[in-house]
Every structure is written in C-alpha cells, then in structure tokens.
Design a protein. Structure first.
Length: 242
C-alpha cells in the first residue's frame, strides 16, 4: 500500500464527506469542484453517486488516481480557473487545505473567485480544526483494521505550532502490521505547513468575499445549533452559502 492508499483508509471517509456536502447544500447539487483534491477520493465518490466532478490539485501524481469519470485539472487554486461563472453547485476544500492560503488577501481572492464559480444556492465547504490542543505539540495515534489481518496505525503529529502567527506544521506517519507483525513504516508520509485559520476569521472572510451566510457543521447530521458547544478539540466544516 502506498502512502495515498493509506491516507484514504486512515484519514478520509468519502461517503461521509459526500453526505455532508449534500446536507450542506440542501437541494439536489450535481456539479462538484474538489479543490486541493489530492487523489480525488471525494470527487470519485461524487461521480459514483451520479454527479459530475472536477478535481483540481497541484500534484499530478496524486491526481493520477482520479477515475475516468472525474475531470482532473492540474493547477494552482490561485490561477484563474477555466470555468464559467456559476459552473458548480458545490466547492469542497478538505482536510484543512484552506490553510495553504496563508495570507488574508490570498484567501479572500480565492473565496471571491470560488463564489463566482458557484451557482445560486451553491455552497463552498472547507474545514478547520481548533480548540484546546490546536497549538500544543504532540502526536496522536489512530488505528484502522483492514481486510487480511492488516492493522494500520496513523500518527498525527503537531510538530510546530506558533500561536502568534497561527502557522503550524503537521505530519502524518503510517505503520502497517499484518497478523501482528510490522510490514511497512511510512514516517513523514505527508507534511503540511498551514495557517490555522480560526472559525471567526473564516466566516468574516467568506462574508467579505460575497457569500451570504456561513454555517458550522460538526458532522454530516447538520449545522451547529446556535449557542451549542463545540468539542474541546474540534474539527468542523464551514459551509459558506452563495
Ligand atoms: C491535505 S491534502 C488534501 C487531500 C484531500 N482533499 C482531502 O480532503 O483529504 C492537500 C492537497 O492540496 C494540494 N495543494 C496545496 N496547495 C495547493 C494549491 N495552491 N493549489 C492546488 N492544490 C494545492 C496538495 O498538492 C495536496 O494534494
């Protein structure tokens, strides 16, 4: 198993992600733009459900895993995309990828351009994390059991975190065991250098970019009720409505 396969098993749940996108939109969205798509797992699941999807990423190797049904575009999200106004019902920027856009002006320009690409009633969905441990250094293990007696331990490390600039460096490591024996290690499989945008910052920027409202979705079951508490260590999706 290569690092992208391990990533998909350990980090992603395309079914849950697509459920959340449908719920967030609330209608019958058809056209998805998956930004920062990596291996395009969400776009693949979207097309399996009958929708149309474009997956956009800088990394051509990762995009090589997109299926024939997905239209893969190798590009920087900051380039002017070759799509007409209102081309999409949903834009998805997953796994904290909005943090790649570290400057306020850059993130605002991105949000404005994606607002332009969304049809009326469309949504941009991007996630972030925060809370008690957001700027704490440390490493947290999670295990997954796969077919054939395979156990994968993924370790999520906060390697650097600066609460003054909100710049963080996070690293994903994988360890694969079969029937209790170590068969592969992928230390530093993925390294991310992000700005950890707060929810109020993201909401303000989305409204400034022309979105009419923003909701916070802790999971696919729906938006956070007004006044309800978030987990002490939260990871949530922000839903910006065009
Ligand atoms: C954390 S992965 C996200 C993978 C997947 N979307 C998910 O939800 O798990 C981030 C991806 O963003 C891509 N990326 C980073 N900066 C980018 C940019 N400016 N334009 C396009 N893709 C970018 C990287 O190549 C990488 O594949």
């Amino acid at each position: 198993m290569d690092r992208w396969t391990l990533y998909e098993h350990c980090v992603q749940s395309p079914r849950d992600a697509c459920d959340l996108l449908l719920r967030a939109h609330g209608g019958a969205p058809r056209r998805l733009l998956e930004d920062f798509a990596g291996s395009a797992a969400i776009a693949r699941e979207w097309t399996r459900r009958g929708g149309a999807a474009v997956a956009l990423d800088l990394d051509g190797e990762a995009l090589g895993r997109a299926s024939d049904e997905v239209s893969a575009v190798r590009a920087d999200v900051m380039e002017r995309a070759p799509f007409a106004e209102g081309s999409f019902d949903v834009v998805h920027a997953g796994n904290f990828s909005l943090g790649y856009l570290r400057e306020r002006a850059t993130l605002l320009a991105y949000l404005r351009e994606r607002r332009r690409l969304l049809a009326g009633g469309g949504v941009l969905v991007g996630d972030t994390y925060g809370g008690r441990n957001a700027f704490e250094l440390g490493a947290w293990d999670r295990e997954r059991f796969l077919e054939g007696g395979v156990r994968v331990v993924s370790t999520w490390e906060h390697r650097r975190a600066d609460p003054v600039t909100a710049l963080v460096e996070n690293v994903l490591h994988f360890r694969v065991e079969r029937d209790g024996e170590l068969v592969a290690r992928h230390p530093d499989a993925f390294t991310y250098r992000w700005r950890l945008w707060s929810l109020p910052e993201l909401r303000d920027l989305a409204l400034e970019a022309g979105f009419r409202a923003c909701d916070v979705f802790p999971d696919a079951s729906g938006p956070l009720a007004p006044g309800a508490a978030l987990d002490p260590d939260f990871s949530v999706a922000l839903v910006a409505r065009a």
